[in-house]
Ligand binder design. Sequence first.
Ligand SMILES: Cc1cc2nc3c(=O)[nH]c(=O)nc-3n(C[C@H](O)[C@H](O)[C@H](O)COP(=O)(O)OP(=O)(O)OC[C@H]3O[C@@H](n4cnc5c(N)ncnc54)[C@H](O)[C@@H]3O)c2cc1C
Length: 461
Amino acid sequence: MVSKKLRIAICGGGIGGLSLAVMLDKFAKKEIQIDIYEAKDRFAEVGAGISVWKRTWYILELLGLEKALGEMAVKPPVEEFTPGFTFRRGDQLEEGHDFFRIVAPYGSITLHRADLLKVLTDSLPSHVGTHFSKRLLDYFQDDSGLVTMSFSDGTIAEADVLIGADGMKSVAREVMYKDLADEARRRDEEEARRLESFIQPTWMGIHAYRSLVDTEALLKIAPGHQTSTTPVVHFGKDKHVVAYPISKGRYINFVSLVSYPEQMGSKLEGNTMVEVSVSEMANHHVGWEPQVQQLISCVEKCSRWSVCQNRDLPHFVSGHVAVLGDAAHAMAPNLGAGAGQAIEDAHILGRLLADDSVTAENVHVALQIYETIRKPLATRVADYSRMCGDCYDFNYIPDCIREAGVACDSDEGLKLLSETVYGMWSHHWTGSPGEDWLEAEKMLNESRSESDPVLETVARL
Ligand SMILES: Cc1cc2nc3c(=O)[nH]c(=O)nc-3n(C[C@H](O)[C@H](O)[C@H](O)COP(=O)(O)OP(=O)(O)OC[C@H]3O[C@@H](n4cnc5c(N)ncnc54)[C@H](O)[C@@H]3O)c2cc1C
């Protein structure tokens, strides 16, 4: 028997899962039971920065979080077009030079991840069930759609709908694609193998070395250092550096991204994250400009992340189960977009599930609308993120540069490269998640009429 009160289980309490819980509560027009199952013993984020942009900020404002987050940003964001990231050549001994500046509504809003997570957890209403040290191991859907989940501590739980917000190595996605492949195997072995290829993420051939630099220490050795006030991307062959101030300027988020293009798409071996020596990272930047060397000399601790992707999943949804955030579309960090996309997922999915017409019996229709609305943009942003990194690393030659017959790293080439990159970044402030919601709402309204072809099409998917 399915319950009258819609029971929603969210596995994973990262930025995506928590945003969904807050969104559900904000828009609930009926009684919903929300339970978050988190593998760790508390909600926690890595000690690093995050940048968000106009589209994401729109959703954070919708949740009423802009004041709290604005107080934690370097300066409270303003709607006007404001300078954001500066592009600079980094891989030469002499002082580099700025060659482009992104200008965008709100500029680049840079935050400490822990601050964003705290604002989200502080907004969780007390009636949301939070369950820690609950690592999802498996789930089973019966014919009525009831989902039974089993966890690493030996317990089980039931829900009418399961949202896998469990990150890049998602177990929810793994089980979903194993089930889809098993079902396909009865008809078509090749299709089954294709579906199996989405179970595990693939390595993008990129290592991201992440650190926080103490701004006071940096300014002692390099007064007025550009990154203490301005987000900067330092371009270089096969590697680039991203640095920007966070926590009201107390720290500088420092990331060195080193790519091995020939390894793109290979199997992920070992741990995604390991602590490494500062010298391992520094050795990649021997011969780089003074601004980068000054940052590196202030790095005390460093971790190395293998950047992985879940590329172009054919489905975000199967029956009463959906994946969200990195579980659905883990992507390269080069556009600072992964968390923003997770929050956009949470916005559409949360508002759909919160609608009073959505029940345990028809929830699969709402999930399909979520997939229809969210998959195209998330997929496009993932592609842009990959291409953008190739531009920073001089590993992608856009047509405009080819046609101009100039080298990527010539003055003209850098100008054309920047314009290409700017075009990809501009998705952050093009259109509005509000427009996407209106489209989702229209589909939901149309699906209410049983004779409506939209319902029949969506329900068949
Ligand atoms: C170097 C780097 C820089 C980045 N910079 C930016 C940026 O500037 N802007 C931006 O928007 N994005 C950025 N991103 C991407 C962003 O970090 C991710 O896209 C985002 O954190 C995804 O959120 P999520 O909630 O989907 O997943 P996660 O943050 O991975 O959260 C998943 C949660 O699920 C839990 N979990 C895992 N497995 C299970 C399980 N089996 N059962 C229960 N719980 C489980 C985890 O403990 C975790 O709490 C960056 C990424 C990297 C690597």
